[in-house]
Design a protein around this ligand. Structure first.
Ligand SMILES: Cc1cc2nc3c(=O)[nH]c(=O)nc-3n(C[C@H](O)[C@H](O)[C@H](O)COP(=O)(O)OP(=O)(O)OC[C@H]3O[C@@H](n4cnc5c(N)ncnc54)[C@H](O)[C@@H]3O)c2cc1C
Ligand code: SF4
Length: 354
């Protein structure tokens, strides 16, 4: 079998961009397929600023996009999905479908799936926080939109909130809804947003209600301590079980687990720290490439912790949040590792044809 030279990267978020650029820099032609009409993935679409430096997402990520868009070896197809595949490692035939419904079959040697995650829907099942009932209950993603506009207000009346609460672990670490994992980034993102709210509204009181704070590596120092010491954000160990309307405010009911007593507090704005679930595109790629899913629903890999990108399907690699909750550092590192493994495989196969 003649080994196809090209690498297919599916998903143009941080992980896919790094995989595409890495493989192309190793002199491998790359076909990059992205379902949306722009590259950049979830951060580009949804987040105003990024941890740990709180700099604008578009400023930080622009170079990643142009490195791929301007690379002579990367063929970018926007508004396109992979809908079918045949063949095996060394020669896959993939069917691409464009937004207008037209289809095209392309030959590629190996594949990197980087189709990412979606935010947990806080209206689902056991969630008692009134996201779809109360205007002033929003998510981290809604708050990022406000940050983008440079204005944090109560959606119900357009006024700045005097008291803001974050509720952590919404849709994560919750066996009742089947998400038995920590989403890894939301403690850091809530801390980042609390600092940004205090910048915009210095007189507001900001509270973060948590089961336990999970900060990784330098985020502890860059976000958690900074939020408390420089910005006087209040971290309260407690479980919020219910949010109800009281007058024109929101009453949070639950338990203060440090004090071991029931808790009821009034807030003007509640921000739900929603976690990560596999995206619809990730589930679709599991089906198309017959990639098994690990017990939490993300794409399975073999060889962890030493190999985070090789799936059980020969010639198919995964990078980023398609394989589980990841921050940007993880996602970009995995993109590079997946590119290297895929290029290595194709080089080995070309040297020793079957
Ligand atoms: C609220 C929130 C805020 C966050 N903020 C930060 C932060 O400040 N710093 C940080 O380090 N991390 C942050 N993260 C985590 C960060 O968003 C992820 O680490 C990162 O987006 C993962 O990159 P990815 O490329 O794997 O996936 P994504 O960013 O989700 O990109 C996946 C891409 O694949 C495309 N796609 C999906 N399906 C298909 C398909 N079938 N065909 C083609 N394309 C497809 C999508 O359109 C998308 O462009 C945050 C997460 C959340 C939940
Ligand atoms: S990172 Fe924090 S908020 Fe997110 S799931 Fe883990 S413990 Fe909960």
């Amino acid at each position: 079998m003649a080994v196809a030279e090209r690498l297919l990267v599916i998903g143009g978020g941080p992980a896919g961009l790094e995989a595409a650029r890495g493989a192309a820099d190793l002199n491998r032609p790359v076909l990059l397929v992205e379902a949306r009409d722009t590259l950049g993935g979830t951060p580009w679409e949804s987040y105003a600023t990024l941890t740990p430096h709180l700099k604008p997402t578009k400023e930080i990520m622009a170079g990643m996009l142009t490195a791929v868009e301007d690379h002579p070896l990367v063929d970018v197809r926007l508004s396109t999905r992979v809908v079918a595949r045949e063949g095996e490692a060394g020669r896959f035939l993939v069917t691409l479908e464009a937004a207008d419904g037209s289809r095209q079959v392309e030959e590629v040697g190996a594949v990197v799936v980087a189709t990412g995650f979606q935010h947990f829907d806080p209206g689902r099942e056991t969630q008692m926080y009134g996201y779809y009932e109360y205007d002033d209950v929003i998510t981290l993603v809604d708050a990022e939109r406000m940050m983008q506009a440079g204005k944090v207000v109560r959606p119900s009346n357009g006024e700045p909130p005097a008291r803001v609460a974050f509720i952590q672990c919404v849709g994560s670490r919750d066996r009742h809804i089947g998400n038995k994992y920590c989403s890894k980034v939301c403690c850091g993102i809530a801390s980042k947003q609390s600092i940004e709210i205090k910048h915009l509204l210095p007189d507001a009181k900001v509270f973060i209600f948590y089961i336990d704070m999970r900060m990784y590596g330098f985020w502890e120092d860059q976000l958690y301590w900074r939020a408390q010491e420089e910005h006087k954000v209040n971290y309260i160990r407690g479980i919020v079980t219910e949010v109800i309307k009281k007058g024109d405010q929101l009453l949070l009911k639950g338990e203060d687990t440090t004090m071991g007593r029931p808790m009821e507090v009034l807030m003007d704005l509640v921000i739900l720290s929603v976690g990560m679930e596999p995206s619809a595109g990730t589930l679709e790629m599991a089906r198309v490439f017959e990639i098994p899913r690990e017990e939490h629903g993300f794409l399975a890999t073999v060889g962890e912790p030493l190999d985070t990108v090789t799936t059980p399907v020969a010639g198919v690699f995964v990078a980023g949040a398609a394989a589980g909750p990841k921050d940007l550092e993880d996602s970009v590192s995995m993109g590079g590792a997946a590119a290297m493994k895929a290029v290595g495989l194709l080089s080995r196969m070309s040297r020793t044809p079957a």
